[in-house]
Design a protein around this ligand. Structure first.
Ligand code: CA
Length: 247
């Protein structure tokens, strides 16, 4: 791997730079990593203690964590275990760092769910390449600001929806409804689930309200003979047709 510091992380097509949390108590190494990550266009948060890592994680969710094994406070191993136990961080990419000669630890590191493992001293360009590769592999819908299926595009940041190049004007409820269905194409949601997720738990609304809004969403999305991307599943609810745009 050659040094690619001059190349921005092109695979991140989102408008937000990926955020990397570095948990490392060796200051010189932490600075070196932060310098190189920032040069690649990432936003870097840095903490030196294991217990600080948890606070930092709660403050701003990173897209990837570089985690030293031996840390004051809470060990890297334990942090990784906790990350994997929590729903919101289960899929967060983690690269573990450790000292040479702890090869048996490698198995433990991977067994608690680290995605990758790097033995010190390591080559910085090599680590940068692993960071890029992991971010590319990470669940794209977690960082995606854009969702798309077939000729339909939804942009979460600009709140714009387009179909075949034309703007689709949606009310806020229809927008959230489409966004929610598009996140999991093929999955069938009951009217109750949609009320909970799209309208909010506190909503005490008749389930027929869902039908009304799905109707409005369809009317906005489908023009003429265009295909309807939303499937009504009799007796169950609605889903975004997973074959839409694929046949
Ligand atoms: Ca250490």
């Amino acid at each position: 791997m050659t040094d690619t510091r001059a190349t921005p992380p092109k695979d991140m097509s989102t408008s937000r730079a990926p955020r990397v949390l570095v948990v490392e108590d060796e200051q010189a190494l932490a600075l070196l990593l932060a310098y190189n990550l920032e040069a690649e266009g990432y936003i870097v948060d840095r903490v030196e203690r294991g217990d600080e890592a948890e606070l930092q994680l709660a403050e701003s969710a990173p897209d990837l964590v570089i985690l030293d094994w031996m840390l004051p406070g809470v060990s890297g191993l334990e942090i990784c275990r906790r990350l994997r136990a929590r729903e919101d961080t289960r899929a967060l990419p983690v690269i573990m760092l450790t000292a040479r000669g702890e090869e048996t630890e490698r198995v433990r590191g991977l067994s608690v769910g680290a995605d990758d493992y790097v033995v010190k001293p390591f080559s910085v360009p090599e680590l940068m390449a692993r960071v890029r590769s992991l971010l590319r592999r990470a669940k794209p819908e977690r960082v995606a600001t854009k969702l798309a299926a077939g000729d339909i595009d939804l942009d979460r940041e600009t709140r714009r929806v387009r179909r075949g190049g034309r703007d689709i004007h949606l009310g806020p409820t229809e927008f959230r409804l489409l966004e929610y269905l598009l996140e999991k194409p093929g999955r069938v949601f009951s009217r109750g689930q949609l009320l909970d997720s799209v309208w909010g738990m506190s909503a005490e609304i008749d389930e027929r309200t869902v039908d009304v809004h799905v109707g409005r969403l369809r009317k906005a999305l489908v023009r003429g003979r265009e295909r309807d991307p939303i499937r009504t599943v009799r007796g169950s609810g609605y889903s975004f047709d997973e074959t839409f745009g694929k046949n």
